[in-house]
Design a protein. Structure first.
Length: 201
């Protein structure tokens, strides 16, 4: 442990969580001792693969006495970064709400260094997913969820910034597709699907 020489509060705290006598969790604090960041080596290979960042506010009980001991609001995790395949690259990052629920999760699913999948959550339940399928940072496939179930998927099949294909789902299966084949913003093709997701005749 490292102590802040001014406040006497812990500045850095290392911990060994698996008993192998090697530190695998590293906490960094602000001058008041509040956690700002925690780095972890989850698979104990000596390389950091998980980071969580925190936010808190320090305030003084007396404006006229700034040397008085500081009070601290609760530490809240705000965002994270992870190396899920332990290859040294952090291909997952996200944001958290005040209760610790994920609100946004972004992933590099192809290993090219670009985040091509974005998942949005409300109170821990996925509401929307966006995909960049061409590695051009244009999210051309957008899927909407209700109650965690896929209900609608919008596609920009020409990468012109306009949705030209929409799929509708019921109980996780495609039921209807609407297409704009003339790029005029109007649906001109409708395709229905049977319970086995085959084109209906």
């Amino acid at each position: 442990m490292t102590v802040d020489i001014t406040t006497g509060k812990p500045a850095k705290v290392d911990a060994d969580t698996n008993g192998d006598r090697k530190a695998d969790t590293f906490r960094q604090n602000d001058t008041a001792g509040a956690t700002q960041r925690v780095d972890r080596d989850r698979n104990f290979d000596g390389k950091l693969d998980d980071r969580v960042f925190y936010s808190s506010k320090t305030f003084y009980s007396s404006k006229n006495n700034p040397e008085k001991a500081a009070d601290q609001t609760p530490e809240v995790a705000t965002h994270y970064e992870r190396d899920d395949d332990y290859d040294g690259s952090f291909e997952t990052k996200g944001s958290l709400d005040a209760e610790g629920n994920v609100t946004l999760d972004e992933r590099d699913t192809t290993g090219d260094g670009q985040f091509d999948l974005r998942q949005h959550f409300t109170l821990g339940t996925k509401t929307r997913e966006e995909r960049d399928t061409r590695a051009d940072q244009k999210f051309v496939v957008i899927t909407h969820f209700e109650g965690g179930e896929r209900v609608r998927q919008e596609r920009d099949t020409t990468a012109d910034g306009k949705i030209d294909s929409t799929l509708f789902f019921a109980d996780g299966k495609q039921t209807l597709q609407e297409r704009d084949t003339k790029a005029d913003g109007k649906v001109d093709v409708w395709v229905t699907f049977d319970p086995k997701e085959r084109h209906s005749k």
